[in-house]
Each structure stands twice: as structure tokens, then as C-alpha cells.
Design a binder for this molecule. Structure first.
Ligand code: HEM
Length: 410
């Protein structure tokens, strides 16, 4: 319900958290309107309560660069638009402010350094090649299930040294961890959520105990268990940080891989450009992450009354950073709806965030996407959608549930 205070505010004409916009692929126009007319706007009512929308590239970056005013800490609120019950707010380092964030990030980040990534790249390339060798040519299959999911889950198994036979558990836990939708509010769902998270914690605790008994190594779980900042985490904090890596690394890259098929289908000339000049592939990987923006938003909580984009934001209010909109900002990306593998500033996208929380796994995601594009280019194939895809019903993850396709050799 709109209040007296709302009257002084720029009230959004559309609730951009409405999942119908994403399921029906109708989000472009409402965000274009917000960028043009009210880059910072207030939505008084939504399934998640009132929230501010920040819609332009410059303002999203400005908020990210001021973590003292715009907090990520789970103690002040959640990091996505929904407010689950406090017991399921995950106390991990993406949901922390300095100094806790700084100390914990320092433990995890070296597991993604260039030499570690070079090692992972070899395995990613081999696994991708093997997966493509086994795909049917000329038959319809689900790209999400047969390509995007196994490639991203496979990468997580490598990262955690997790048995491939147990990969379905990882996928299920990732889906639970990343689910932001009105259904998560029901008691039945919360009970299921607790049970799954409990199972995940028990499974990873076994792994962590095993690492504890061994000398420290560069392995991600070993770093967690042997470091000062993370070695003393309580069970909930341990679970939360593992869930962060599983969800962070999974749905994001998965939906970029599916978005690639849609982009190449809508802009068929781009595959010809990549075939003619494979040196464009790394840029194409950045461009698909911009174009798809698989994480629609992150949320901050305002810690003190402040001005942003001509609006007064009050202490305690939710501020939603719409990356999906910032990445369509025409003042930065001309003809932003076009997927252009040669776009000269594709790297300026904010799909990985910006500032102190910028994605730790960005390089790993780039490696996976470059490898996938290289494989499509090298094999001289085209991936043709067979009918409309089923899109995710989420205001947080922008992606696909199913995508029927056929591989056509050219
Ligand atoms: C943080 C997006 C892949 C792990 C983030 C953030 C975004 C993001 C938006 C928050 C940034 C902010 O609040 O400013 C993406 C996208 C990916 C991707 C679009 C793929 C295309 C990965 C991968 C991993 C990963 C592969 C690891 C396996 C993390 C972690 C953080 C993070 C640990 C927390 C960083 C911090 O708070 O300091 N990512 N991510 N992400 N991501 Fe990613």
C-alpha cells in the first residue's frame, strides 16, 4: 500500500520483479523506460515488499562502490530481493561487509588465480570435447539438460574434487540455493529447503574433515579448512560459503551457455564472424555474459538516509541493482539489444558486479564459455532451436529450464 512518504518518490510504473516479465521475455521495455525516465525509482508493493530499483550503468556502479552506505551483510538484510525467514539467510562472504568479507574472500580468491585456472582449463576443454562427441547430430534434444547443466556441474566437481557419480546432488542443492521466487515463502518449501541444506552440509563436512587430516594444499576445500579466517567457521557459515560457490558457479554459467544458443540464433551472422575470425571468441564470451546477464540483480540494504539519482533513500530500505538493465544502457552500449561479438567495450558489462564483491569466479566462467564457443566453431556446427524455450520463473536468475535444439552440421 502506498504511503504519504511514497508521494515524494519516483514511483515505478512497472514492478520489474514480476516473474511474468522473465517467463514471457518482456523485460526489455520496462527497464528501457526506467533508464530513460527514472533511473532510481520506488516500487511500493511487490511479492517481496517495497524496494528501490537502480537501472543505469553509472548508478549501479556508484552503489557498488559505496559498501558502507549500501550493505551486503546478511545481518542487515538479504542479498537478493526476497526476504526469507532469518534462519535461512546464509552467512557467507558475498553476504558480508568488510572486514569479514575481506578476510574470507582472501582465502577463496587464490583458488581462482591464473595458474590454477590454466590447470582447470585443460580439464574443461577435454570434458567439453568429450561431451560434444556424444551429442546426437540431427536429432532434437534439450540443450539445458544435455549441455549447460553437465558442463557447469562438471566444472564444480573439478573445483571441489567431488565424485562425478554424485553430481545430481550438486545440481539439486544448487537449484535450491539459487531459487528466488514466491514459492520459497511456503512452509512446505522451507522444510524441504532445510532438509536439503542439512544433507549438503553433512556431505561437505565429510569432505572437509578428510582435508583437515591432510597437509594444506591449494585445493578449495583445503583452503577453507586450513585458513585462519575460515577454519573456525561454525557449521552454518561453512554451509553458507559452500552453497555460495555451488550456486555462484552453477546457474550463472549454465544460463550463459543456454543464452549463447538463443543469441546465435537471433543473430545468425555472428557465428559466421566467429568462424572467419576465432580471435573474436574471448570477446564473444564477454558479450554473451552482457547480453544474457544471467544474474538479473543483487540487492543492498541502505544503512543511512542518502541521496541517489535525485531520490532520497531511507535507512533500512532495499536497493536492487538491476544488472540486466545496466547492461542494456545505451549510453554505454550502443544498440545494446544486439548481440555483437565485436563490440569493443563488451568487457564493461556489470554482469559480474563491480567493486569489492565483483565475481571471484569470473575467469572460470570465461574459460568455460570460450571453450564452448571454440567447440561450436571448430566443429562447423550450428545449434538450431526447435520451438520456444521454457524460461526460468525467477526475478533473480535470468535463464532457461528447457531449450529444445538440433545440431546441424554445415
Ligand atoms: C559474486 C555473477 C560465475 C563465484 C558474483 C556476483 C555476481 C556474479 C553478480 C556479485 C557481485 C556483486 O555483488 O557486486 C556471476 C556470473 C557468472 C558467475 C554472471 C557466470 C557467467 C561464477 C563462478 C563462480 C562464482 C564460476 C565459482 C565457481 C562467485 C563468488 C562470489 C560471486 C564466490 C562472491 C564474491 C564476493 O562477494 O566477494 N558473481 N558469477 N561465480 N561469484 Fe560469480
Amino acid at each position: 500500500m502506498a504511503s504519504v512518504m511514497d508521494e515524494a518518490r519516483a514511483i515505478t510504473p512497472v514492478d520489474v520483479s514480476d516473474i511474468a516479465l522473465y517467463v514471457e521475455d518482456r523485460w526489455r521495455e520496462p527497464f528501457a523506460r526506467l533508464r530513460a525516465e527514472m533511473p532510481v525509482s520506488w516500487c511500493p508493493e511487490s511479492p517481496y515488499g517495497g524496494y528501490w530499483s537502480v537501472a543505469t550503468h553509472a548508478l549501479v556502479q556508484a552503489v557498488e562502490l559505496d559498501p558502507a552506505t549500501f550493505s551486503s551483510s546478511w545481518k542487515n538484510g538479504n542479498i537478493v530481493i526476497a526476504d526469507p525467514p532469518p534462519e535461512s539467510n546464509l552467512p557467507n562472504f558475498i553476504a558480508a561487509d568488510p572486514p569479514v568479507h575481506t578476510a574470507q574472500r582472501k582465502v577463496i580468491a587464490p583458488a581462482f588465480n591464473p595458474s590454477q585456472m590454466a590447470e582447470r582449463e585443460k580439464t574443461v576443454k577435454r570434458r567439453t570435447r568429450e561431451l560434444f562427441d556424444a551429442l546426437p547430430v540431427g536429432e532434437t534434444f534439450d540443450w539445458v539438460e544435455s549441455v549447460s547443466v553437465p558442463l557447469t556441474i562438471g566444472m564444480l566437481c573439478i573445483l571441489f574434487d567431488f565424485p562425478w557419480e554424485e553430481r545430481h546432488d550438486l545440481k539439486r542443492w544448487s537449484d535450491y540455493g539459487g531459487n528466488v521466487s514466491p514459492e520459497t515463502a511456503s512452509e512446505e518449501y522451507r522444510a524441504q529447503w532445510m532438509a536439503e541444506m542439512g544433507a549438503m552440509l553433512a556431505r561437505f563436512d565429510r569432505e572437509l574433515e578428510a582435508r583437515k587430516a591432510l597437509p594444506p594444499s591449494d585445493d578449495l576445500l583445503s583452503r577453507m579448512v586450513h585458513s585462519e579466517a575460515m577454519g573456525s567457521l561454525n557449521p552454518m557459515e561453512r554451509l553458507a560459503n559452500i552453497a555460495l560457490l555451488i550456486v555462484g558457479g552453477n546457474d550463472t554459467t549454465r544460463n550463459s551457455m543456454s543464452g549463447l544458443v538463443e543469441a546465435l540464433h537471433r543473430f545468425p551472422g555472428e557465428l559466421d564472424r566467429l568462424r572467419a575470425d576465432p580471435a573474436l571468441i574471448p570477446n564473444a564470451a564477454q558479450e554473451i555474459i552482457r547480453w544474457q546477464s544471467p544474474v538479473t540483480h543483487m540487492r543492498r540494504t541502505c544503512m543511512a538516509d542518502t541521496e541517489l539519482g535525485g531520490q532520497t533513500i531511507r535507512r533500512g530500505e532495499k536497493v536492487i541493482l538491476w544488472y540486466i538493465s545496466a547492461n542494456r544502457d545505451e549510453s554505454v552500449f550502443p544498440q545494446a539489444d544486439i548481440f555483437d561479438v565485436g563490440r569493443d567495450n563488451a568487457r564493461r558489462h556489470v554482469a559480474f558486479g563491480h567493486g569489492i564483491h565483483r565475481c571471484v569466479g569470473a575467469r572460470l566462467a570465461e574459460i568455460q564459455l570460450c571453450t564452448l564457443i571454440e567447440e561450436i566453431v571448430a566443429r562447423g556446427i550450428r545449434i538450431e532451436p526447435q520451438g520456444a524455450p521454457e524460461r526460468l520463473a525467477s526475478p533473480f536468475l535470468h535463464g532457461f529450464v528447457h531449450m529444445p535444439v538440433r545440431i546441424v552440421a554445415e
